[in-house]
Design a protein around this ligand. Structure first.
Ligand SMILES: [Fe+2]
Length: 270
């Protein structure tokens, strides 16, 4: 009897760990409803990738490219930590850009790893040039469709002290609807007062270790059970989508699959 029980416990633990550490691409769909969105952009689709950390997903990044294609996006955005200091070979990023170039306009901001590893970052900037990725660090673009316009802005990663203290945002009055790309979701609270309709962020890796029914446990900065680590949040009329990211740093993901986020913008407020 005790032998049988011991065997059952062993099988259960093995299954729990095996399923937990298993990883594949998970596509998450969101609809963002906002009355401020111009009618011409109703149904506009944004694919949102974050924190690749040079992860290889199929030959020439084919699995990730297929996942993006399956969302049929109008644009693709990247919110930082595409590279890191653990990898000298960053060809996965190049393969990803190569597979998306010419199909979708691409927009990117840098994360903490781009900032910390300048050699790899320099290579990444070359790939931006080569494959037409718009670098939105302290930059913006106006997107136009069906006679309507929206704004897309970017901020490079910075110490959260500056996010709290610096006087943002820029003048957003040129468009009724504005998107911000910023790497770190954990500072959504001050950013929500900047006036952006939609904020897209990552950095948290979904809390890395996600315990079923409890959620993410560890943030990348070492804090436990941090806020805004996964999903959609709304404060001050601003919507955050926090992306769990794709790659790993420090510790492998647990019950936390690599995430490709597909967003559809809607003009109504359902
Ligand atoms: Fe990060």
């Amino acid at each position: 009897m005790m032998k049988k029980l011991g065997f059952l416990i062993l099988i259960s633990i093995t299954l729990f760990l095996g399923i937990g550490f298993y990883n594949c691409i998970e596509i998450t769909n969101y609809s963002v409803h906002d009355k401020a969105l111009p009618k011409g952009f109703d149904g506009y689709r944004v694919v949102f990738l974050s924190d690749l950390h040079c992860k290889v997903l199929g030959e020439n990044e084919s699995k990730l490219i297929r996942a993006v294609d399956s969302c049929d996006p109008d644009i693709v955005v990247f919110t930082g930590d595409m590279i890191d200091g653990d990898h000298t070979d960053i060809s996965s990023v190049r393969n990803l850009f190569a597979g998306l170039a010419g199909k979708y306009p691409m927009f990117a901001v840098s994360g903490n790893h781009e900032k910390d590893y300048p050699l790899n970052y320099r290579k990444l900037l070359e790939y931006y040039e080569e494959y037409g990725v718009n670098n939105l660090d302290n930059e913006s673009r106006m997107l136009s469709l069906n006679g309507s316009h929206i704004g897309i802005y970017g901020l490079p990663y910075q110490n959260s002290y500056y996010i709290y203290k610096t006087s943002y945002p820029p003048d957003l009055s040129a468009n009724d609807f504005n998107i911000l790309l910023y790497h770190d979701a954990t500072v959504f609270s001050p950013i929500s007062s900047y006036g952006y309709n939609l904020v897209l962020s990552g950095h948290t890796h979904g809390g890395i270790v996600r315990i079923p029914f409890i959620g993410g446990m560890i943030n990348n900065n070492g804090s436990l059970f941090s806020e805004y680590d996964n999903g959609m949040y709304q404060i001050n009329g601003s919507t955050l989508i926090s992306n769990r990211g794709i790659g790993d740093s420090y510790f492998p993901r647990f019950y936390n699959r690599s995430e490709v986020v597909c967003i559809t913008l809607r003009t109504d407020t359902e």
